[in-house]
Design a binder for this molecule. Sequence first.
Ligand SMILES: Nc1ncnc2c1ncn2[C@@H]1O[C@H](COP(=O)(O)OP(=O)(O)OP(=O)(O)O)[C@@H](O)[C@H]1O
Ligand SMILES: [Mg+2]
Length: 254
Amino acid sequence: MSFSGKGGVGKSTLLIMLLKHVLNTKKYKNILVIDADPDANVADIIGEEIRFKETVGGKMTELKEKIAKRQIPLDVPKNQIIESEVFDAIIEKDEFDIIEMGRSEGEGCYCSVNNTLKQVIDVIAKNYDLVLIDAPAGLEYFARKTGRNVTDLVIVTDASKMGLHTMERIIEVSKEVNLKFEKIWILGNKFPSDTESVLKDRVEKIGDNRVEFLGVVPYDDEISKFNLVGKNLLKISNNAQLYKSISELYEKVL
Ligand SMILES: Nc1ncnc2c1ncn2[C@@H]1O[C@H](COP(=O)(O)OP(=O)(O)OP(=O)(O)O)[C@@H](O)[C@H]1O
Ligand SMILES: [Mg+2]
């Protein structure tokens, strides 16, 4: 399941709320969180510090340097090397695993490294019962066809014209590049009361049977406070307003 939407609408926050819900209900045993956003990290929200070297991007940067300096033995297949690097980047927490993609640096085109990387991530994801992906804001991630094996897409929008526009564009782009999501859920975040129907109507107008309106959740002061002081969002009370309202909605998704 992948979370997407305009920047700042609450993708990472709502992904963590889903993770909290899944951990509380114990519906899935093996859970992997892939943080594919190089800028804003899921890790930050749950108070985890991950150094660049520990990210997939960091490891790939090192690998590219080694390739450039011809320090890689020729007799080991490249996908095997990449696979072991990515396995190395998996951070095992008590209740779930997390992998930080980070960004890959270095000069030149290493398309074969990047292509293999995608395949390796797909292979690793198969070892888990549930994979949650925090996609970077906007459309580019989907235009690159990165979410190939993702069955469910959650598009988060806030109550803004731009949020809704990005939502519609993501659906269009996913069709253009032929991404086969089984379900696309539309989730409104930070919605004022009595504005739910605006989003609902907009979603109905899209007229695509994969696209389903999931619901809206309100702005919750407690969430911003947690973020401001850098507290682990997973530890928010089960009675927090946002968590309670979103848990109900997530029951539909799982
Ligand atoms: N329902 C909510 N109530 C109050 N604050 C919220 C809510 N949802 C998200 N926020 C706050 O809004 C800000 C942006 O949220 P978040 O980082 O989850 O968005 P994002 O879509 O992942 O952003 P980015 O595109 O930068 O990755 C954060 O400060 C977060 O605490
Ligand atoms: Mg984010």
